[in-house]
Ligand binder design. Structure first.
Ligand code: EPZ
Length: 424
């Protein structure tokens, strides 16, 4: 398993290009199998999660052609004939569960493995299943698989209120509802940009959706959807990650290209409270680090609130702040697996229930640390980049799931980071 060797202490200077969004691409890919012809998706990042989902779709007989050099993917479901998603693949990437709604809509029958565990917390799918039932699907559980069927004359439709407002459940229900016989209403739907983008793509394919961007989505099912072309959004979490990285060394000054400021919600305002200077100009954002970082406590919320996917990165920043701060995660109360590793670098963080209390400023010292999940891993890379001396960040396959060319991008703005390939 590869590792990163990082020598800390160098400021970050220069321009960094944000890739296409992983979490926005996956719903688009699932929706593409609903078309009665090929769809073309652009700005798709080369990430392990994308490759995994390509294989999940290929198992059904769908043709998937990923032109990696152009970050473009062509998905042709014409020969889809096997409406199943096996555990071996679904366990690698939870978003494979979107195939349940997609195959049910396309084929009237779907057999999809329950997603496996996750590095943190229970990550249930009860809302996905209860919502499909509310829309009239017949659901049965069979040895770790969910089998969904619709009545012969089509999915009748219905109404379902999500509690909590779940991104994944909203995606699955949208996919199933788009080709229902009747009308489906999703209440307390997620409003993340990933969901808005999916609605825009489905409408381009011929779906009828009202309330896009609000928490009540009304979908009038249609008998068929056409393939379509679509440009995937930039990755808002990757952008937020690099914005925080650019704040951690007092002499850092970076510019991000290909960013959608709107997709960042209120996150930029929180970053500015630490003393970071931001300049937004179209799809570019410049970030200038403060001399001294002010401690700022955050609480994660659903969009447009502070994203849970940026809380580990924020904690890394707060280890360098002049005083105490708190990071509270209301979405995933136990998403703090990075804390013991960050404390090994010399941070002073205590976790109490769903809050990490961070005592800054810590002078971090390089050592070996272990990645546990995608966002925890990148927070350790960020901490290592401001630690004194050399660090090894192990098990970076977690990072390869969600950050395209991370070491190249960081090297390009002055970080001292090398990938060390290690056998299994
Ligand atoms: C999506 O996961 C993202 N993944 C996650 O990003 C992100 O952290 C999460 O949304 C929250 O923003 C993708 O988009 C592929 P949820 P998802 O369903 O859809 C509860 C990353 O790092 N819940 O919105 O699985 C759940 O326990 C990943 O890129 C139920 O109770 O998240 C949680 O408390 C990690 N029952 C809350 O909803 C359900 O059936 C939000 O989860 C489903 C969810």
């Amino acid at each position: 398993m590869d590792k990163f060797k990082i020598t800390g202490g160098t400021p970050l200077k220069g321009t960094i290009h944000v890739s296409g969004s992983k979490n926005a691409a996956l719903p688009l890919m699932a929706a593409s199998i609903l078309g009665d012809g090929p769809s073309i998706l652009r700005n798709i990042p080369r990430l392990n999660d994308i490759y995994t989902f390509n294989n999940v779709m290929r198992v059904t007989g769908t043709r998937v052609d990923f032109k990696e050099q152009e970050n473009t993917i062509e998905i042709d479901p014409t020969n889809l004939s096997y409406p199943e998603s096996p555990y071996e693949l679904v366990r690698k990437m939870r978003a494979s569960f979107y195939m349940l709604g997609a195959l049910l809509a396309k084929n009237g029958y779907a057999k999809v493995s329950l997603p496996g565990g996750c590095a943190w917390g229970p990550r249930p799918v009860d809302l996905h299943i209860e919502g499909l039932k509310a829309f009239g699907a017949e659901i049965e559980m069979d040895k770790g698989y969910v089998i969904a069927k619709r009545p012969k004359d089509g999915l009748p439709g219905g109404e379902y209120r999500l509690n909590p407002s779940s991104v994944g459940a909203t995606v699955n229900l949208l996919l199933a509802a788009s080709m229902a016989k009747g009308t489906c209403i999703i209440k307390n739907a997620a409003k993340e940009p990933d969901v808005v983008q999916l609605c825009d793509f489905l409408v381009k394919m011929g779906a009828i959706i009202n309330g896009v961007g609000t928490s009540t989505l009304t979908i009038q099912g249609v008998p068929r959807l056409a393939g379509a072309e679509f440009d995937n959004a930039p990755d808002r979490i990757e952008a937020g990650t690099y914005m925080i990285a650019g704040a951690m060394h007092p002499e850092s000054e970076i510019e991000l290209l290909n960013v959608s400021a709107e997709d960042l919600g209120i996150f930029p305002q929180w970053l500015e409270k630490t003393g970071v200077q931001l300049q937004m100009n179209g799809n570019r954002i410049s970030v200038k680090a403060p001399e001294l970082i002010k401690p700022v406590s955050i609480i994660t919320e659903i969009y447009p609130g502070f994203p849970t996917d940026l809380q580990a990165q924020w904690a890394a920043l707060m280890t360098q702040a002049q005083g105490e701060s708190q990071v509270t995660d209301t979405i995933y109360p136990d998403r703090f697996s990075y804390v013991p590793e960050m404390n090994r670098l010399g941070a002073s963080i205590k976790v109490r229930n769903n809050t990490a209390v961070i005592n800054g400023k810590s002078n971090l010292e390089g050592t070996s640390v272990m990645s546990t999940d995608l966002r925890a891993s990148v927070s350790l890379v960020m901490a290592a980049m401001v630690a004194e001396g050399e660090s090894d960040v192990l098990r970076i396959y977690h990072l390869d799931r969600g950050y395209e060319k991370l070491e190249d991008k960081l090297k390009g703005i002055g970080a001292n980071i090398e990938r060390v390939e290690q056998g299994e």
